[in-house]
Ligand binder design. Structure first.
Ligand SMILES: Nc1ncnc2c1ncn2[C@@H]1O[C@H](COP(=O)(O)OP(=O)(O)OP(=O)(O)O)[C@@H](O)[C@H]1O
Length: 319
C-alpha cells in the first residue's frame, strides 16, 4: 500500500525522491566481469539524517560506497553531492568537498601516533602547497588550529590518553573510533561509515552509537553500512535495502524490516544476519517465513541463518 513520509516527496518506495536530498545518484552501475555488483537506477540520501544501507553479503553496498566516494569508477552513472556533480572526481577531492568515508577494515597508519593520524585527516592544509610551505607563519597557525581540533575530537572519543601512542597499539574498537574521529577532522557535511560496529567490543558499542547520534545533532548527515540490525533499528531515520546490486526497498526502520522484498532478499541469500530480535512487538516475519517453509517441506534443508534448521535458527538469533 502506498505510503507517505515527511522525508519523502511523493510515495515511499525504492528510489523515492527526498524532500531535501544531500546525495542524488542516477543509473550507477559497476560490473566485475560477468557480475553486476551495482545496478542502482535512482537513489537519494536525505540531508541531516542517519541513513542505513543494509542488505545481504555481496549486495553491492561497499561497492556503492567506493563509487560515490571516488575510490572506484562506475561503468555508467552520475551522482551529485550537495548539488555538485561528483562523478569522476577522485577520492581526495571528494573528501575536500565535504563527503568523507571510513572503511570496513580500518586504515589507520600503525606506525604513526594517534595524533599524527588525526592530523592527516585535516584537508586543505596550507603546508602541503609548495609556496605556502616555505613560509612558516602561513601554516603554523593552521597547524595549531588543526591540533586543537584533533585534541578536542580525541577527548570527545575518549582517545586523548592515547594521543602519543602508535595507532598500532590500539584495540580494534579504538581504531574504529580513531577512524571516525579522523574523518571528522575535515568537518564533513556527510560521513559515510562502512560497518562501524564490526569487531567493536560491546563496551565500546554504546559510545559509538552515541557518537553517531551526536553527529546528526551537530548537523552532519550520516550514511552507514551495517549488518548489526539492532544498531540499524536503534539509530536510523531511514533505511535503504540493496540486494544483487539494486535498491529493493527503502523506508523508515520500523516498516522496512517488514517489507516482503527485504525478507526475500535476506532469505533468498541464505544470509545469517540477525533480523530475529527486531520485532519486539510481534512475530518476526523472517522467522515466520522460515517456519512456514519448514512446515510445508520438513524434509527440505532449512533456509537462512547460516543453514541451521529453523528451530535451532531461532536459538541462534538469541545469542
Ligand atoms: N574488486 C572486485 N573484483 C571482483 N568482484 C568484486 C570486487 N569488489 C566486489 N566484488 C563483488 O561484487 C559484489 C558486491 O560486493 P560488495 O563488497 O559491494 O558487497 P557488500 O554488500 O558490501 O557485501 P558485504 O556485506 O559482504 O560487505 C560481490 O559479489 C563481490 O564479490
Amino acid at each position: 500500500m502506498p505510503t507517505a513520509h515527511p522525508l519523502v516527496k511523493g510515495e515511499v518506495g525504492p528510489g523515492c525522491a527526498k524532500v531535501d536530498p544531500i546525495v542524488i545518484a542516477d543509473s550507477v552501475t559497476r560490473q566485475f566481469g560477468g557480475l553486476k555488483a551495482v545496478d542502482v537506477d535512482h537513489l537519494e540520501i536525505p540531508r541531516g539524517k542517519i541513513t542505513a544501507l543494509i542488505g545481504p553479503n555481496g549486495a553491492g553496498k561497499t561497492t556503492m560506497f567506493n563509487l560515490l566516494t571516488g575510490f572506484d569508477k562506475p561503468n555508467t552513472g552520475t551522482w551529485e553531492f550537495d548539488g555538485k556533480s561528483l562523478a569522476g572526481v577522485p577520492a581526495f577531492k571528494v573528501a575536500r568537498s565535504g563527503m568523507v568515508r571510513t572503511f570496513q577494515l580500518t586504515k589507520s597508519l600503525g606506525r604513526l601516533s594517534v595524533l599524527q593520524n588525526m592530523l592527516l585527516g585535516a584537508t586543505d592544509q596550507k603546508g602541503e602547497k609548495l609556496f605556502a610551505s616555505l613560509f612558516r607563519p602561513l601554516w603554523k597557525k593552521q597547524e595549531e588550529e588543526n591540533t586543537a581540533r584533533a585534541d578536542d575530537l580525541l577527548a570527545r572519543f575518549k582517545l586523548d590518553a592515547k594521543r602519543e601512542d602508535y595507532a598500532a597499539s590500539l584495540s580494534g574498537g579504538q581504531r574504529k573510533l580513531l577512524e571516525m574521529a579522523r574523518a571528522l577532522m575535515s568537518k564533513p557535511q556527510l560521513i559515510m561509515l562502512d560497518e562501524p560496529m564490526a569487531g567493536v567490543n560491546p563496551a565500546l558499542t554504546q559510545s559509538l552509537l552515541g557518537h553517531i547520534k551526536n553527529l546528526k545533532e551537530d548537523g552532519t548527515s550520516v550514511l552507514f553500512v551495517e549488518h548489526d540490525m539492532h544498531m540499524v533499528m536503534h539509530i536510523s531515520d531511514w533505511v535503504v535495502v540493496m540486494a544483487e546490486g539494486r535498491v529493493v526497498a527503502e523506508g523508515p526502520p520500523e516498516t522496512v524490516m517488514k517489507d516482503p522484498a527485504v525478507i526475500d532478499a535476506y532469505l533468498g541469500a541464505h544470509h545469517d544476519t540477525d533480523l530475529g530480535e527486531l520485532m519486539e512487538d510481534g512475530p518476526n516475519p523472517v522467522l515466520e517465513a522460515e517456519r512456514k517453509a519448514h512446515e510445508a517441506h520438513p524434509e527440505a534443508e532449512a533456509t537462512g541463518y547460516g543453514d541451521t534448521p529453523p528451530a535451532a535458527g531461532v536459538e541462534e538469533t538469541k545469542r
